[in-house]
Structures are given as C-alpha cells and as structure tokens.
Ligand binder design. Structure first.
Ligand code: GLU
Length: 592
C-alpha cells in the first residue's frame, strides 16, 4: 500500500522527523550503502531508514517499520496478530529465528470449530471470537529488541505513534480491503467506527485516516513494555472481545464466541527456534522452521530442483519442473508439518537431499492429477521408529500479511513476515484500543480431529510464512519474503530460482508474473502468467491455470520485499513495483 502523510501543517514536521526523502511514493528499488529497507509502505520504509541513520541496527529498524505497518496496513498485520522473524547477526555469524505465532487458548480442543458434528464453513469460523489466537506480535517485538536490538520498545514505537495520530491518506488498496470486509465490519460497531464512514461505506480514497486509539495502545506498551499488552486493561479487553464478540443489534451474521482467558495471554511466550538450514547450489539458505512450513517446503522444493540444470533449459521446461517440485513439496508439507511442541515433525527427513531424490524421481514429462500423495520422509530422518502424518489438501486461500526486509551497515539482516491471517482478520476491533484481532486459528486443519495440524489447546497453527536469508560464501547475500498465505512459499521459491538459476536481477524476479502450484488440480496463476507463451507450453503438458480471487478488481499473488548485498558494500533494496499498490525500497546513502 502506498500511503501519504496527511497534508496538514504536521506534514512538514513529520517529513523532517522521518528522513529527507524526496520521492512522492515508492521507489520500488534503490541501490546504495550503509543500510537498506523494503516494505509494502513508504512510511514504514522511511521509518526503518531513519532508525538506521540514527545508528540503529537491522532489528531496531525492522521493529520500527513493523509498528508503522500496524497503523498503515491494519488489515494485514498488527499487534492483534503474530509472525516469524529470521535474523542474521554478522558479528556472531549466526542465524536465529523468533516464533511469535499466535497460540490457541488452552480450553480449545480438536472439535472447537464443529457444530452438530460438522465443521463450520470458513467464513463462519473466521468472523468469530473462536478464530482468534493469542497475539504474539508485541512479545516478538520486545524479545527481538532485547536480544538483538539497541533501542527500546518505546523508541521503536515512536514513529508509529506519530503516524497513528497525524494520520495518512487512504489509498485504493486500503479502500478495496475495507470493501471486501464491509458486510462483516458493519456488524461490529467498534470496527465500523474505525474503518467505515458514518454512511457505512469505506473511508474515501484521499481522506486522512487517523487511529488515536491505536496510538494510545502503543503508548501504553511504550510506557510499560510488553506486559502492558499481556496483562491489565488491553489483555482484559482482548479477552472480553473474544468471549463476547461486540456485535451490534442490526448485525446480519453470527460471530461465535471464543474461549480465551486472561491466563492464555499471561502465559504467552515467543520462543527462539532453530532455523531450517539447507543448501542450494552452494548457497546456504535459512528459513523458518515449524510451526511454519515455509522453511522446510522452500528447502524441499529447492532440493528437488537442484537435480536439474535449470539455467540451460527453456523457460517453459524449467517452469514445469518448478511447478512439479512445488506440488510434491506441498504434498509433504500438508501431511507432516505442524506445531513441533505437539507433533514430532520429521524435519530432517523433509529437508534431506536423499528424500528429495525420491521425490524428484516421480517427476515426469507431464503434470499429474493433484492431489498427489505425500512421500515418506521418516527413513531419511535419523530417528528409528518415528511415524505419523496424514495427507491433507492444501488450503488454496491466498491471504494477506506483510513482509519487511532490512539490512544494516554491519551486515545484519532481518527478514520478517507478520500477519493477522485473512485481510481484515476476524473483523473484530478491540473496542477502545484500535486494532483488529487475528483469525489465525483457521490455519489449523480445523475440519479434522486427527490431522497433525488439528486444533489443540496451547498449540500454534501451521503457517506458510517464509522469511528467508541466503548466505553466499558464508557472507550475507539475500533477505526476502512475501505475504500471500500458502502462495508465500511458491513466491519465495520462484524469486530464488529466478535470481539464482535464471540470473534475473532481484527487481525483475520480484516483478515477474507468478504461478503457484500447491498440490491442487489447477495451478493458481496471475493473468499475465496465464497469457504468457510459457503458460501455453505448460498447458500442452497437462497443466491447468486459474487466477487467484480478485481484490478491488486486481488478481495478484504476493507482495515481496528483499535486500541483496552487491559488490563493494553496496545494497540493493527491492519491493513490488505494482502489486498491492507498489512497495517502497530505500537505502541509507543512495548511490550516485
Ligand atoms: N496465516 C497465513 C500463514 O501463516 C499467513 C496469512 C496469509 O498470508 O494468508 O501462513
């Protein structure tokens, strides 16, 4: 989303406060030194760059930008949700990951989303208190700053508080995202009061949107730290909203109550987890491990593709293999990845080169009928006797979310994806506090009581978020990620293959038309991809394509951001030129 500062007297002050940036919007690509940041939003990227200019590191800048996105991208992310942060520490030469995924309340069981023995329809499950997981974002930010940062949470929140108070100009993406939720937002007075005009329509494009309630929530957190969110007034208001969804008398939908208790918030932790580490053509690829399937599924698909000389093939031939590798990796992801605290994920097997060889052997000249069966990673897992898994059809929902990539002058990288799940989350704004609650618990296989990713109290739903960091010759090379539900995995995979095998530049790889095969009969593909000569060649080999659902008339996959380390200490920051209204990529000292 491209957002502009309110055209008030405050504008001048705010522009000075952020950074002497002269672009009206974007730019989607920048090259320079001393640090780089890319997000979907100009204000967020500027806030990150201003933090780097003041001597902050990549973690400081990422959290600062994230807090701004919580204001300007409220339908995709915020303190009502959760996320995953992958960080490279150049001094320690170490990659760490933070899991601040939402957790199910303790009182939930596998049949939480069943009524009369039948699972709820997605929309009934989503717009409810039931779908709300205990938010992890605030704990994640606090922990990231404590472990890797140099500034306080209060300092990181300050630019976002200014944006929330002064406002920003509503653009078409913001209005379209409201429009798609209108029929539910207007059921909830707190949500309608914040996001709708008095006549019940979305905020007008070009009008100034302010969120003083969110500014106050941020101030409470700035003042008292993360505990201001997990205990006391904010926590109580969250629990109240979940247990008694505050719908108005004229609501035309039922918002089912959830079972969250204050203790669920008090006991929320954001653990550090080992990164998923794999190699691809000599590069070291680090991703997010379970409960996200992002790292292992990207790694498995790359392992399958490593057996081919993609660079010397026609583009259509290489794309066939890329789609098939993704199909197989998704079959395995669907069967074996869940919260590792509840299910013994055969992670080593899933990312082993030998397991990939067994999967590669299944790829033929034509596309098979999906869903294809999962493989058996257990023999490759070094743990005798382990077994489990259950095939499941991949959800084809391509949701929202947002991704931030930052690098600093020391060579640290932060690759951070965070979300409230669907665009607009559960539709429930916490009255008086200005933020939407997530619907992350619909990422469980909530229609199954046996699947490894079934609902269980205290468990985190499986994710597709794939914040990724790539080292070349043990030095930082690339940080990248994307929103887009389960298409996140194929977007990250596609950018890596384009960059590494097809020698495309990073901006070209990000802009390229996308196709996403997730073990479904038809491959989801953008209209520009479907119209390409490669797609015609793939159809001749048995592939079928269908566009993703449109938002505001736009049918697109992902909204990636990335940073690449170039030669001579230069950095390339890259964001989408068009998707989601275009992103913003900036550097601390632009190259002349
Ligand atoms: N809930 C999704 C996941 O964790 C991300 C949200 C989305 O982009 O749909 O995989």
């Amino acid at each position: 989303m491209r957002s502009l500062l309110a055209t008030t007297a405050a504008t001048v002050v705010a522009l000075v406060a952020f950074a002497p940036v002269t672009w009206a919007s974007g730019p989607p690509t920048s090259i320079g030194r001393h640090g780089a940041a890319a997000t979907v939003d100009r204000l967020a990227t500027q806030a990150a760059i201003a933090t780097l200019r003041r001597g902050g590191n990549a973690t400081d800048a990422a959290v600062t930008a994230a807090a701004v996105l919580g204001v300007t991208e409220p339908f995709s992310c915020g303190i009502g949700g959760g996320g995953f942060m992958v960080s490279y520490d150049a001094r320690a030469r170490e990659v760490t990951t933070s899991d601040h995924r939402e957790r199910a309340p303790q009182a939930m069981g596998p049949d939480a989303f069943f009524e009369n023995g039948v699972p709820l329809a997605f929309s009934d499950a989503r717009y409810s208190g039931l779908s709300v997981g205990v938010p992890g974002t605030v704990r994640g930010w606090a922990r990231a700053l404590r472990k890797h940062g140099t500034i306080s949470l209060a300092e990181a929140l300050a630019p976002a508080i200014r944006v929330a108070r002064r406002g920003f100009v509503v653009d078409e993406t913001f209005a379209a995202q409201t429009q798609e939720n209108l029929d539910f937002f207007d059921d909830v007075p707190a949500t309608a009061a914040l996001y709708l005009d008095p006549d019940g329509t979305p905020r007008d494009v070009g009008s100034v949107f302010r969120n003083p309630d969110l500014a106050r929530s941020y101030e409470l957190i700035a003042h008292r730290g993360a505990r201001a969110f997990y205990r006391g007034a904010i926590a109580d208001a969250i629990v109240q909203t979940v247990r008694n969804p505050p719908v108005g008398p004229s609501a035309n939908h039922v918002f089912r109550p959830g079972v969250m208790e204050p203790k669920d918030l008090r006991t929320y932790r954001a653990p550090e987890r080992p990164p998923v580490h794999s190699t691809y053509r000599g590069l070291d690829v680090f991703g997010m491990g379970p409960p996200s399937s992002g790292g292992s599924t990207v790694a498995e698909a790359l392992n399958i593709l490593e057996g081919y000389e993609l660079g010397s093939m026609t583009r259509a031939d290489a794309l066939h293999l890329e789609l098939e590798a993704a199909r197989l990796a998704f079959a395995d992801r669907g069967a074996y990845v869940a919260d590792p605290d509840f299910f013994d994920v055969p992670l080593a097997g899933l990312i082993s080169k030998d397991f990939a060889a067994t999967r590669r052997a299944l790829i033929g000249e034509t596309a098979p009928t999906s869903p294809v069966a999962p493989g058996d990673p257990y023999p490759f897992d070094d743990r005798a006797g382990a077994a489990g898994g259950e095939p499941s059809v991949t959800s084809t929902r391509a949701g929202t979310t947002t991704h931030i990539t930052v690098a600093d002058k020391r060579g640290d990288i932060v690759s951070y994806t965070f979300t409230i799940e669907s665009t607009g989350g559960s539709g429930l704004v916490v009255p008086g506090y200005g933020f939407l609650l997530n619907n992350e618990l619909t990422d469980f296989n909530f229609n199954s009581t046996t699947h490894p990713n079934r609902v269980e109290g205290g468990k985190r739903p499986r994710s597709s978020m794939a914040p990724t960091i790539v080292l070349r010759d043990r030095r930082p090379w690339l940080g990248l990620g994307s929103p887009g539900g389960s298409t996140i995995i194929t977007t990250v995979l596609g950018i890596l293959v384009d960059r590494v095998d097809r020698a495309r530049t990073l901006p070209a790889a990000i802009a390229a038309p996308r196709a996403s095969q997730r073990n479904t009969p038809a491959t989801t593909a953008e209209p520009a991809f479907i119209a390409s000569p490669e797609a015609a060649a793939l159809v001749a080999r048995g592939h079928t394509f269908a566009p993703p659902p449109a938002t505001g008339g736009v049918s697109e996959i992902g909204a990636a951001t990335a940073v690449e380390f170039l030669r001579r200490h230069r950095l390339l920051a890259a964001a989408e030129p068009v998707r989601r209204g275009g992103g913003s990529a900036l550097v601390v000292r632009p190259a002349r």
